[in-house]
Design a protein around this ligand. Sequence first.
Ligand SMILES: [Fe+2]
Ligand SMILES: [Fe+2]
Length: 247
Amino acid sequence: MNSKSGIQIYLPGNESKFIELLPCDVDHTYKATEIGKKFFRFYCENSFAKKQRRAEYYLKKGEIAITMHDVGKTNYMDIIAKGEDITEKEIKAIKEGHVFDGFFILADLKMPQDICTTALCHHEDWNGNGYPIGERAKMNGQKIPFYARSTRLIDFVETGVNNNRLCTRSRIINHGTNLSKADKFDAVILEMNENYADYFDPVALDIFNAMMAEHEIRRNVIKDLEAPEKNYFEVHVPEEIMKIGTK
Ligand SMILES: [Fe+2]
Ligand SMILES: [Fe+2]
């Protein structure tokens, strides 16, 4: 176990990089990744990649993309560590900055384009009201890269249940204080479908809802959300993911 809090990224060719993050962000990233892995698998089994011989490649790429989506926060550790003393101006700086910083950190690691753009676009909304691009250049619908659209949805669920106000621009969903994680999860799913549906890729939302109708997967997702806080984990990036043009 590493004494610092963060993600150890093992790149092909014995290179590695440690991304230092606050425990709450490591925990958020880990849980979002666990849910994301289930989501991408279900997506592949039920849609475009059903007969896709490279389904495992898409799954692994999705997992790496979601694992890396908030790495840009590494540049804002001092501000985030202020906790309750953080100002609205600083929150805005982190929200708008971490997506660009994540993009450049991943580009420096020579990650493939769709992993870099997941960091850049995971707060873009299907309806075009997201950030950092949003209305400025009509970033909406399928113009938002696929992994970023999927990460937007998973991010919403994880942060909705765990109420991490720095992870999403969505308003905080007001849960009763005594609700279990399972009850909070149900409240978030309801909210997502009733009041936020236009934020998300409708296909991704349908697939997510269908996945949640599978009792065993639902149970496992709730288990992911209930798990004790994680402050360190490792990710091994396969060589195949780094190669350009392997789609
Ligand atoms: Fe983010
Ligand atoms: Fe996030």
